[in-house]
Design a protein around this ligand. Structure first.
Ligand code: NAP
Length: 233
């Protein structure tokens, strides 16, 4: 690592997000660990405090008022977020099919997995552009790859494809400003979402995300990566 940065991770009270916080803090970065529930954010930050500089904050990515309150809270604390990891997501339609998936599941999935990352980015990325440095990692999934998409979890899969489109839009809009924006697939990871049979540990799942969060200035923007390698959209 060259310089210590201020990093914000969404949905970081457990799973891959929590491990991303731990790894980035242990490399000397200041980490704002967010969760939608204050006690969960505080508990998770305490659990990994030995790794380094980790402070809790609250944001529900689906709630515009909560996103604004986070931005106000950060401004009040004098925190300038330089690295944003859009990690929070839900998977509620495994085993469902596109012709039967409910509007409620579709809506909540898109609100969490797509509109949430867009809202947080709109709140935090303009200051990165103004300061000439930023990294945004959108935590996506192979399930969102159009090249291989079939019937798996339609709301979730389509939401990750849309998140990838957001990566392309934001990367193009910020090109040349010092802000690098990429999508990461963590692989199939043993978490509440991935289940106990997944082959990867959270340490392995966090690796590509942490790499993209700490890219040097010549690093890629507008890409989709798994195991630190480009993969098909
Ligand atoms: P997880 O254990 O289910 O954790 C998801 C996190 O998102 C939780 O902290 C959850 O908070 C949070 N969250 C959900 N809705 C939220 C909201 N509205 N506002 C703020 N936070 C919210 O999942 P994970 O496996 O660590 O997944 C992390 C990321 O990796 C996700 O983007 C997922 O799509 C991606 N991914 C995972 C796998 C895998 O195999 N695990 C594979 C491919 C991609 P609560 O505790 O409050 O619910």
């Amino acid at each position: 690592m060259s310089e210590a940065r201020v990093v914000l991770v969404t949905g970081a009270n457990r799973g891959i997000g929590l491990e991303v916080c731990r790894q980035l803090a242990s490399r000397g970065h200041r980490v704002i660990l967010t969760a939608r529930d204050r006690s969960k954010a505080e508990g998770a930050a305490r659990a990994v405090q030995a790794a380094g500089d980790i402070v809790p904050a609250v944001v529900d990515v689906t709630n515009a008022r909560s996103v604004q309150a986070l931005a106000d809270d950060l401004a009040g604390r004098g925190e300038h977020v330089e690295v944003l990891v859009n990690n929070a997501a839900i998977l509620v339609d495994e085993g469902q099919q596109i012709l039967r998936v409910t509007p409620e599941d579709l809506r909540l999935t898109f609100e969490t997995n797509v509109f949430g990352p867009i809202a947080i980015s709109q709140a935090l990325v303009p200051a990165m552009v103004a300061r000439g440095y930023g990294r945004v990692v959108n935590v996506s999934s192979e399930a969102g790859q159009l090249a291989s998409m079939t019937t798996y979890a339609p709301a979730y899969s389509m939401s990750k494809a849309a998140l990838n489109a957001f990566t392309r839009q934001l990367a193009a809009a910020t090109r040349g400003t010092g802000v690098l924006v990429n999508s990461a697939c963590p692989g199939w990871v043993r978490t509440a979402m991935g289940g106990p049979g997944a082959p990867k540990t959270v340490e392995q799942g966090a690796d590509t995300i942490v790499w993209l969060a700490t890219l040097d200035p010549k690093g890629p923007t507008g890409g989709f990566f798994s195991d630190r390698q480009p993969i098909a959209w």
